[in-house]
Write a protein that binds this ligand. Structure first.
Ligand code: MRU
Length: 357
């Protein structure tokens, strides 16, 4: 498949400067800034401080991090230590581990730097292709709803599973962009997504850039909208999906799935198969849930009247806080998984069949 290089990207490799260029997601929606990463340690930091975030883009960044580690250490024990450090940069998104394992399978003492760079580039391009295909498969779901309703399709999404979180297109947003491109009227309810506000800051920013109609809502609003027939469909992304179809995604996803289930609203998860972890069955018991810095909760970021990005404290001094970054939605609440290989039930048999295709 030929890749459209004009679609917005969250990262790309700059051959002239031998650097990985990433969109600094910490600055959005206030500033669009690019950062050049030139070492594996800088890539790890970018993953940890959320310069890059979102499961697929973390995986792609890790692939290039491995290239930088190879340039620095060659095929050596120091390279193995570096690859382990990259693999452990964040715990929940399995794409990170998948990227490292995929590349390492093809690296040995005869591999050149250029080979490793090409492996990283291929990995990142495959992610773009996968997201494009997720869009094509998910489009059919929106088309079917539109054929019945003949009016605007209201889609609720949580966090940012857009192009910023992937190579391009996004996962949850890919079907939305595809529908919009086809002229189907869509409107997106964007969950603010506390504590980091990836919905309000990132999803809203990219939908606006792509001229897709949206409304930002506080995280607790979705249930109310669903009870009043104001949501036709929910599509979210995933950080890790188990062999049985349980889905780890941004904290709060589970509550949206419960509300959708109670209101008979289809709840789809869009993900490349690289997000599926066949080694895990029960997501609630087995997926490690990342706990992040309390400051994400105690403080909030905004831009002041002098256009300076500021953080202000919103909690009482010394308040005890717990900041769980993800939760797990059991498969029974998931209508289907939209993958690059097609839409399948969140069930063991259908998920296993995906890997035989
Ligand atoms: O903590 P984040 O911002 O990395 O969490 C991101 C999400 O939960 C996304 O929904 C998920 O990675 C899917 S991205 C296509």
């Amino acid at each position: 498949m030929s890749i459209d290089t004009n679609i917005p990207r969250a990262l790309w490799f700059d051959d002239d400067r031998d650097s990985l260029v990433v969109v600094d997601q910490k600055q959005l929606p206030f500033r669009y800034e690019l950062v050049h990463l030139t070492s594996y340690k800088e890539c790890i930091l970018a993953i940890q401080d959320m310069t890059v975030r979102g499961a697929p883009v973390i995986g792609a960044t890790a692939a290039f991090a491995l290239y930088f580690a190879f340039v620095q250490h060659g095929y050596s024990s120091a390279f193995s230590i570096a690859s382990k450090a990259i693999r452990e940069a964040r715990p929940t998104a399995v794409n990170l581990m998948f990227a490292i394992d995929t590349l390492l399978k093809n690296i040995n003492s005869k591999t050149s730097k250029l080979d490793v760079l090409n492996l990283a580039k291929q990995y990142a391009e495959k992610d773009v292709q996968d997201c494009f295909l997720i869009g094509e498969h998910g489009l059919k779901i929106i088309e079917a709803l539109y054929a019945k309703k003949q009016d605007t399709i209201h889609i609720l999404t949580h966090c940012n599973a857009g192009y910023l979180a992937t190579g391009a297109h996004g996962t949850a947003t890919a079907p939305i962009y595809a529908a919009h491109k086809k002229g189907i009227p869509v409107h997106v309810w964007v969950d603010e997504t506390r504590p980091r506000n990836q919905g309000a800051n990132l999803t809203a920013w990219e939908l606006q850039k792509n001229k897709v109609d949206f409304t930002i809502i506080a995280d607790n609003t979705g249930g109310h909208l669903m009870q009043h027939q104001m949501v036709d469909l929910v599509i979210v992304g995933s950080d890790r999906t188990t062999a049985n179809g349980d889905v780890a995604n941004k904290i709060g996803t589970y509550l949206k799935a419960l509300a959708a289930y109670d209101n008979q609203i289809p709840f789809y998860v869009a993900l490349p198969t690289s997000t599926i972890d066949l080694s895990i069955k029960n997501g609630v018991n087995e997926i490690e849930i990342e706990q992040r810095d309390a400051r994400e909760l105690t403080h909030i970021k905004g831009i002041d009247k002098n256009q300076i990005i500021q953080e202000v404290q919103i909690f009482p001094n010394h308040a005890k806080v717990a900041n769980y970054a993800f939760d797990v939605t059991p498969a029974r609440f998931v209508t289907g998984l939209i993958t690059e290989k097609g839409v399948v039930a969140a069930k063991k048999e259908s998920i296993h069949a995906l890997f035989k295709k």
